[in-house]
Ligand binder design. Sequence first.
Ligand code: GDP
Length: 211
Amino acid sequence: MPSIMNPTTNPFIHTQFTKSAMQPTDWPEDQGHEVAFCGRSNAGKSSAINALTGSSKMARTSKQPGRTQLLNFFEPTPGKRLVDLPGYGYAKVAKSMRAQWRAHIDAYLRGRESLSGVVLLADVRLPLQAFDLQLIEWAQNAQVPTRVLLTKADKLSRNQGMQALFRTQRQLPKSMDQVEAQLFSARDATGLDALIEQLLRWLDWDASRSQ
Ligand code: GDP
């Protein structure tokens, strides 16, 4: 995957971890542009962030015990941020914790002025789950565009991948606007270029000028 490592085609390889935080008062200042990554645990969110940033360790902080409920902020360049939202769907998490998690994520999506896009990760082999759809709806209500990444596309043939993409598109209500789906694989870089292009647009980042 040599093209991913090339800073002229992938400016995200300069991404730095900024901080982990839960409370809005601890989040970085709400200015510039921010894109949030979210998805069920195991959907492939850490692998996608690592593939994007060309680092095998970038998203590791999010997986450390005690940090799984935190928002993790990264900065590809000053004023542009990626946020790794806590994964959802842990069967073991108590109901009260889940309610708290929902409240935090909903507050984040509704209140964050600099939020310019949401990347929702979902395993390509499964239909979108109720909570994935709920998240898309929250983002819609907050008027934030969403890109659904159907992860682990390398596990399917090209034809099966296309079928999965059509199935996902059918799951998205027609009334929804600014929601797109694409295939993605952290393993073989399927869809990485399309993701990078989308992120640059959302972040309003002309990376060719910041080299
Ligand atoms: P997270 O919990 O959403 O952060 O998910 P991870 O990134 O830790 O991935 C969960 C599991 O899926 C791990 O075993 C990964 O190796 C695997 N995985 C993630 N992305 C891919 C991919 O693109 N292809 C394949 N084949 N496996 C993947």
